[in-house]
Design a protein around this ligand. Structure first.
Ligand SMILES: [Zn+2]
Length: 244
């Protein structure tokens, strides 16, 4: 990680020691070389645009976390991270990279499994010795809330989630995890266990310099209503789901 001293508006990372912002001693030499060559070949603006805005204590029903706010330069580059424990390399943090779903996370929709995955993740991270829940405003797998509702309307007419997104002119999954990887690096979590059913998420994080040493399934109990949606995610998007 590069120092940020030039950026005067950036408050000091007072919790650096706490969150282990230094590179983990568990880095393999192979990874260190990969990270270096990436820094040399990629333009610096993408990573240097990231700044930590604020952090505060956040007690939740799943335990006590520290919440960090991060901003990049792009309009969608804003996220919060709930951090538990220390990123000092002694234990490998359990990480969930969760995309916002207003209808599921807040309004308890059962069309999807987002809220159930969020709760399961917070429970598991709350029980781990260290972990991070990264919450990203990538509503509707990156297409935005209004377009997600348009896609729901098409699904009510008989399309599945992939067909609906594509009919609206979007990719089945428009999310990009480079910004997530930048945040994880800033927090010192370069080697992680990832709570996910999505192999594409693992692939993208790894190609952005995060070592995923284990994929931990994130599969809560499935409701009858979301079963069709999950079948499509498994069949068309390659998600690893058991019993669907
Ligand atoms: Zn959802």
């Amino acid at each position: 990680m590069r120092p940020r001293r030039k950026r005067g508006r950036n408050p000091p990372l007072v919790a650096r020691a706490e969150i282990g912002a230094k590179q983990s001693p568990c880095y393999t030499s192979r990874f260190a070389m990969r990270a270096k060559s990436r820094q040399e070949t990629k333009p610096k603006r993408k990573a240097s645009g990231l700044r930590m805005v604020a952090h505060a204590a956040l007690p939740t029903r799943y335990g006590r976390f520290t919440i960090y706010g991060f901003q990049g330069r792009g309009p969608q580059e804003e996220a919060v991270a709930l951090v538990r424990g220390s990123m000092n390399g002694k234990s490998t943090p359990l990480v969930r990279v969760h995309s916002q779903c207003l209808t599921g996370d807040v309004l308890t929709s059962m069309r999807c499994d987002c809220r159930a995955q969020l709760e399961l993740s917070m429970k598991k991270i709350g029980q781990a010795s260290s972990g991070i829940l990264l919450y990203l405003p990538q509503e509707g797998r990156g297409i935005g809330l209004m377009n997600k509702l348009r896609a729901y309307e098409l699904q009510d007419g008989g399309m599945d989630t992939v067909e609906a997104n594509e009919t609206l002119g979007f990719a089945a999954d428009a999310r990009d995890y480079n910004f997530s990887a930048q945040i994880l690096k800033k927090l010192g979590a370069t080697k992680i266990r990832l709570l996910s059913n999505n192999p594409e998420k693992v692939r993208q994080l790894e190609s952005s310099g995060i070592r995923v040493i284990e994929r931990v399934p994130c599969q809560p109990r499935v409701s009858k209503i979301s079963r069709g949606y999950l079948k499509t995610k498994k069949r068309k998007m390659g998600h690893l789901l058991k019993g669907i």
